[in-house]
Ligand binder design. Sequence first.
Ligand code: FES
Length: 164
Amino acid sequence: METQFAFIETESQEAEFQASLTELKGQPGGQMPALQEAQRIYGYLPIEILERISEELEFPLEELYSTATFYSQFSFVPKGKYTISVCMGTACYVKGAGDIIDSYATELKIQPGETTTDRKFSLESCRCIGACGLAPVLTVNEEVYGRLTKKKADKVLVTYQKGE
Ligand code: FES
């Protein structure tokens, strides 16, 4: 089951997003830039924001969802401070990437695609990142960790868990 997050926005986020919506009102195809603005300002697409777009731009909510689901740039859950992305490409998979992601999911108590309730970690699986020589590989934000064993992968996670 997906974790639920309370939607909180700052006054400046609200003002910035409202200005975008006002600008996009009445523009054909305005829903796409509105979604992009929402993703940029809030870091994900909360239901409250999708409803606001639907109302202001007079665009059906269901179609907004369909559009947002189609493009991988949009996310329906907030990202954690650290996004852990485990490569599940063939080279990594045959070298045990499945065990690593399972162990991370158990330790963080979330499934791939989810974020921990403290918003510290997001867990994802990804396709080959072109570092097959280092398989199995994972990234934490921009950092790449390769030639992982389960023990080494556990150590990587502990390092970030201990971080601030
Ligand atoms: S399969 Fe993982 S980097 Fe290529």
